[in-house]
Design a protein. Structure first.
Length: 141
């Protein structure tokens, strides 16, 4: 069963979610996990690609748009079927991807913006009511 982790950021700025997603992807990559980051559409995919290149000067994260013919350590999914991917899913989508349960872990990142908090409460209840194991992590400043 998929383990669901909620990462609660201290910032109210929704842009911090992408930066934290990059930090989380880096940590997972360093631990040998394959990572799929789900986004809403091509524009968000391009923004994430840029953030993965620039979020830290001293870090390189091998990443690419999801392509079922080639596998990168970190893949950006903008609505495609995830194929055989099953490691870590970082969800940056407005909705929960229907195929999330094929992953070992799902990361939901929450900032203190009212919209983000409301969406995370709904998702937390959704997962809890279906019996998924839940973890919550408050990220310090």
């Amino acid at each position: 069963m998929t383990r669901i982790d909620f990462y609660v950021l201290p910032s109210e700025n929704p842009e911090e979610i992408q930066v934290f997603a990059c930090r989380l992807a880096e940590k997972a990559f360093r631990n040998g996990l394959r990572v799929l980051i789900a986004v809403d559409g091509e524009q968000q995919a391009k923004q994430l690609d840029e953030t993965l290149w620039t979020f830290r000067e001293d870090s390189f994260l091998p990443h690419a748009p999801q392509n079922l013919d080639q596998q990168a350590a970190i893949e950006i999914n903008s609505g495609e079927d995830p194929g055989q991917h099953h490691g870590l899913l970082i969800n940056l989508c407005a909705e929960i991807p229907t195929w999330f349960s094929q992953f070992d872990r799902l990361a939901e990142i929450v900032c203190q913006h009212p919209d983000s908090l409301a969406r995370s409460r709904t998702r937390y209840s959704h997962f809890r009511d279906r019996g998924y194991p839940l973890q919550s992590h408050k990220i310090p400043n």
